[in-house]
Design a protein around this ligand. Structure first.
Ligand SMILES: [Zn+2]
Length: 90
């Protein structure tokens, strides 16, 4: 497997390197396999996407800011839309 980026935070994943377990694949909301970095996978576990994003916004500002920045340049996509939605919440 070559290079992939984490669908949540945009971190580059390599088969051997930054991520000791290599790219991990996690199910999206539609059950598709997507690359996810170890940190995001450990943090999200099996929480629903929106619930996880709300939790990050409150308790893990560093990861939340990284995710918002990564998705600010993207258009559409269920993860990007969920990030925007949670970003607008107060
Ligand atoms: Zn990540």
């Amino acid at each position: 497997m070559g290079f992939a980026t984490c669908v949540y935070c945009g971190r580059v994943l390599t088969a051997a390197g930054t991520d000791p377990q290599g790219p991990s694949m996690a199910g999206s909301e539609r059950g598709k396999k997507l690359p996810v970095c170890l940190d995001c996978r450990r943090s999200k576990r099996d929480r629903p996407l929106t619930m996880w994003l709300r939790m990050l916004k409150k308790k893990d500002r560093m990861r939340w800011d990284r995710i918002v920045k990564h998705h600010s340049r993207r258009t559409g996509g269920e993860i990007t839309l969920a990030v925007r939605r949670v970003e607008r919440e107060r």
